[in-house]
Design a protein around this ligand. Structure first.
Ligand code: ZN
Length: 144
């Protein structure tokens, strides 16, 4: 079974996201607009509310969503870009920090509102990566 592809960086985008926009939806729109089909993401900044998912491995679905209606730092946000249902899809995980340094982390969900965010996206060349439902995990994973 093929487990990976080899690729190269085609272009690097550095940018910031507008205040009060949805973090994940804005990243997905940016990738669609710039036709970024395969890539990696890293981002730091701050949010005014946060929403993260937790995948239940037994039930094979996102069962728990953590919603935090407070101002938080994005201590780290990293992810990748590939195609799902033919469209660019950002899969990102995030660690938020509060003013005491407590952290909250999970799978980034729509519903996270940007206060300020700076991102670096590496767009890759070569074969496009598509997500397809994996029977073992139930997740839409890369198919090679
Ligand atoms: Zn995830």
């Amino acid at each position: 079974m093929k487990t990976h592809v080899e690729t190269r960086v085609k272009k690097i985008y550095m940018g910031r996201l507008p205040t009060d926009q949805d973090l994940l939806e804005t990243l997905n729109s940016f990738c669609k607009k710039h036709k970024i089909f395969t890539g990696s993401l890293n981002l730091i900044g701050a949010v005014s509310r946060a929403k993260m998912g937790y995948y239940d491995q037994k039930k094979k679905r996102y069962t728990a969503c953590v919603e935090l209606d407070k101002k938080l730092e994005i201590a780290s946000c990293m992810g990748n870009i590939s195609l799902k249902d033919g469209k660019p899809f950002v899969h990102a995980h995030v660690a938020f920090a509060d003013l005491k340094g407590n952290t909250y982390a999970g799978h980034l969900m729509p519903g996270t509102k940007v206060f300020a965010a700076e991102f670096v996206i590496h767009e890759f060349t070569g074969k496009k990566l598509h997500r397809e439902k994996d029977d073992v995990t139930g997740l839409p994973l890369w198919s090679f």
